[in-house]
Design a protein around this ligand. Structure first.
Ligand SMILES: *[C@@H]1O[C@H](CO)[C@@H](O)[C@H](O)[C@H]1NC(C)=O
Ligand SMILES: *[C@@H]1O[C@H](CO)[C@@H](O)[C@H](O)[C@H]1NC(C)=O
Ligand SMILES: *[C@@H]1O[C@H](CO)[C@@H](O)[C@H](O)[C@H]1NC(C)=O
Ligand SMILES: *[C@@H]1O[C@H](CO)[C@@H](O)[C@H](O)[C@H]1NC(C)=O
Length: 589
């Protein structure tokens, strides 16, 4: 009964809250249950107007799509909204902030004015925001920040002024914000950080200055920041990592120096960082990391040294008991160096993309690996014997696979994330059958795009039926001749040629004789080549044949394999059965 009486009342209250929603905006309760207004359609012009926005609103978000940005100017409209906890006004071209416009917003936690046109914030813009914890001014056109700009924000914990046009940090710029924990300065052409300014923010835990044109590490700064756990100086111009300059960063856990100009990492570089957990040194020009570089770094779990010029992996030794994620992609690693990987017992994730691996013929992956990236290499076969048993993520995209065999696929059935794109898939009976049988099970397999034979080029595997597969068709790959894509050819690429058993033996006999004759005839030539379907070969872009007439023709059930290696003059003849066998071998069964 009471409930029944209360319902209309609750309903009225609720609708009252919603009834104040401005047109073109949506009003809702956010995840924390706060009354929120979101206006994101764009096209708003003139002074900011909160008409129809309820006074009890706690979160306001005004933004716009890229092709219809707002052109707003700030006006003193917020003062009545005592409950506001977050204000986000972004993509609105606000040129400046008025004096005391946020006065009285004593509950405001977050002020996000990113992606506007602010050139010069001043201290009085932020007056009255006693509780503000996070201030975002990213992607504006701020040229400078005067001393004490933030001095009325005593509770500020996060300050982000990324991608502006600040070239210098004015002395005392961080005056009165001593509780600051996170400072993001990335994307400003600062060239040098003035140590003086950090005297005011000694509680800092995280400092980011990516793309700041910095040329060195500087202990004068870090000396003032003893609590720093995160330091991101990626995409700068730093040339070396002197251990001396890092000696006071004893609590550092996450260190990013990717995209700099470092050429070597010497012994004991990180000796003062015993807590280091993640280190990013990708995209430098590192040729050598000394074997003692990570001495004393017992807690390193993630190391990214991709896209450098490393050849050896001796530096892994001190961290072999802790490292869990290792990124070595894009280096010049020697094959024998990869054996070192076996010792990394804790390793869970390994990236070896684009390092020129052509063949994996011995064990090199530690057993506990769950993520393996082999993308962008030259692999054409992969044996399940050398793969770790519990993989959940595998990338073999951009290799030279024409198919995957059943044995490997049974292992891959348990892999949750599989990347296969960018391989020269041969959608014929020789290569694709095991994959084709899985199209209904795996979206990734479904999307495989056939590269050959010509008749199905560009077609997705899910659209192909087994009955339309042709016999082995394309220039294929054998491990023994990996230097060339076209070592031997199999007849039957037009797909119309059936397999006619009758007559084969007669034909075979005849051919054997002919081949021997042919071999003798051509023995003075380098690289004897016989083709039966020149037009197709020309299409494949292989202009390697020199005789227009194939001396041998026999309905296409046979194929001839002539190594192109000019040194050898071996002539061999293979029957379908042998070809099948050959593929079985190639595919590692
Ligand atoms: C601030 O606004 C920008 C632009 O809308 C957005 O990308 C960013 O995530 C916002 N920051 C926070 C902390 O909400
Ligand atoms: C940003 O402000 C400058 C003047 O400070 C003005 O010239 C420019 O047109 C403004 N940009 C936009 C996109 O409104
Ligand atoms: C760091 O490593 C040491 C020794 O390996 C270990 O005792 C300690 O608990 C680790 N500390 C952290 C924070 O993981
Ligand atoms: C996949 O499923 C479709 C319809 O569900 C079926 O027609 C097709 O034969 C199946 N393909 C394979 C290879 O099992």
């Amino acid at each position: 009964m009471i409930v029944q009486l209360l319902w209309p009342l609750l309903f009225a209250l609720a609708t009252q809250a919603w009834s104040k929603c401005p047109t073109k905006c949506t009003c809702y309760l956010d995840q924390k249950g706060r009354i929120s207004v979101l206006c994101k359609e764009g096209g708003m012009v003139g002074p900011l107007d909160l008409e129809d926005v309820g006074l009890d609103t706690e979160v306001i978000k005004i933004t716009a799509p890229d092709d219809n940005t707002n052109a707003l100017t700030m006006s003193p409209v917020f003062q009545k909204y005592k409950h506001l906890e977050e204000i986000h006004i972004t993509k609105s071209n606000i040129p400046q902030l008025g004096k005391h416009f946020f006065w009285g917003l004593t509950k405001l936690d977050v002020l996000n004015l990113s992606q506007n046109n602010i050139t010069q914030p001043l201290d009085h813009n932020f007056r009255g925001l006693f509780k503000l914890k996070e201030l975002y001014l990213d992607d504006n056109r701020i040229i400078s920040l005067p001393s004490g700009t933030f001095r009325y924000l005593p509770e500020l914990k996060v300050l982000s002024v990324q991608r502006n046009r600040i070239e210098e940090l004015t002395p005392r710029i961080f005056l009165e914000i001593s509780k600051l924990k996170v400072l993001k300065l990335s994307g400003n052409n600062l060239r040098e950080l003035n140590p003086e300014v950090f005297k005011d923010v000694q509680e800092l835990r995280s400092l980011e200055c990516r793309g700041c044109a910095l040329s060195r590490l500087n202990n004068e700064i870090y000396h003032l920041l003893p609590h720093l756990t995160h330091l991101d100086l990626g995409n700068n111009e730093i040339e070396n990592i002197p251990s001396e300059e890092l000696r006071e960063l004893t609590r550092l856990k996450y260190f990013k120096l990717d995209g700099n100009r470092i050429t070597a990492v010497v012994d004991s570089t990180f000796t003062h960082q015993p807590l280091l957990r993640k280190l990013y040194l990708a995209r430098n020009q590192i040729e050598k990391i000394s074997s003692g570089a990570f001495e004393n770094v017992n807690n390193l779990t993630e190391l990214d040294v991709s896209y450098n010029k490393l050849e050896k992996l001796g530096f892994l030794e001190p961290i072999e008991g802790s490292i869990e994620v290792l990124v070595l992609s894009g280096n010049r690693l020697k094959t024998h160096a990869l054996k070192e990987l076996l010792r990394l017992e804790e390793l869970k994730g390994l990236r070896l993309a684009e390092i020129g691996i052509a063949d994996i013929s011995h064990e090199m992956f530690p057993q506990n690996l769950v993520l393996l990236d082999l993308g962008g290499n030259h692999l054409s076969t992969l044996s399940r014997d050398f793969l770790p048993p519990s993989l959940t993520e595998l990338d073999i995209s951009r290799n030279r696979f024409r198919g995957l065999d059943e044995d490997l696929l049974t292992l891959l059935d348990n892999v949750q994330t599989l990347k296969l794109d960018g391989n020269p898939w041969s959608c014929d009976l020789c290569y694709i059958v095991p994959l084709l049988e899985r199209t209904n099970r795996s979206a990734v397999v479904k999307e495989i795009t056939c590269i050959s034979p010509f008749t199905v080029r560009g077609k997705r595997l899910e659209l192909i039926r087994k009955s339309e597969l042709t016999w082995c068709t394309t220039p294929s790959y054998t491990p023994s001749y990996t230097t060339s894509d076209a070592n031997f050819f199999l007849i039957g690429e037009d797909g119309r040629v059936g397999i006619i058993a009758a007559g084969t033996s007669v034909c075979l006999l005849l051919l054997t004789v002919l081949v021997i004759v042919g071999a003798v005839c051509y023995s003075k030539r380098h690289a004897a080549k016989y083709y039966t379907h020149e037009d197709k070969l020309a299409m494949e872009g292989e202009s390697i044949f020199d005789s227009n007439h194939s001396p041998l023709f026999c309905d296409g059930e046979l194929s001839f394999k002539f190594p192109l290696d000019a040194g050898e003059k071996k002539v061999s003849i293979a029957t379908i059965d042998e070809i099948k066998k050959e593929h079985a071998v190639t595919n590692g069964t």
